[in-house]
Design a protein around this ligand. Structure first.
Ligand SMILES: [Zn+2]
Length: 134
């Protein structure tokens, strides 16, 4: 479901416990594509972690995505990707929680972990195949 602005989503139409529409909306125009499957996995990941997660990027409108140099077909464009801040978390623990929650694509960055529901893949430093922590 697509909303021109996250503020148009009424409280009782929002069925998620841990994340608000605002947190998942585009940082460009405030629009939000609600991808239930992806948000359900994010909620599950949050449940496993047991502590708040800071989402630095979720849905991206086309203009904002282009502006920040995102791939044109980035999973963020479809509401299927989230960048989760690593600050205050163990990177490996975050990854394990995301994996258990059903995420399939992972990008490892210095300050955040990218998770998505796209095809199975890993990229970036400290990818788990090398067993690197921190
Ligand atoms: Zn990302």
């Amino acid at each position: 479901m697509f909303f021109e602005h996250y503020s148009l989503i009424s409280t009782n139409a929002w069925h998620y416990r841990y994340f608000t529409p605002r947190e998942l909306a585009s940082k460009g125009d405030g629009s939000l594509l609600v991808n239930h499957d992806a948000i359900a996995r994010l909620e599950h990941m949050r449940e496993i972690m047991g502590v708040p997660l800071i989402i630095t990027s979720a849905y991206r409108d086309p203009l904002h995505n282009a502006k920040i140099g995102g791939a044109p077909l980035s999973m963020h464009r479809f509401g299927r990707a989230f960048d989760v801040s690593i600050r205050g978390h163990d990177r490996q623990q975050l990854y394990q929680a995301a994996l258990t929650a059903g995420f399939t694509g992972f990008g490892f960055y210095a300050t955040f972990l990218h998770v998505d529901t796209g095809r199975k893949r890993h990229w970036g430093k400290s990818a788990p195949i090398y067993g690197v922590r921190g």
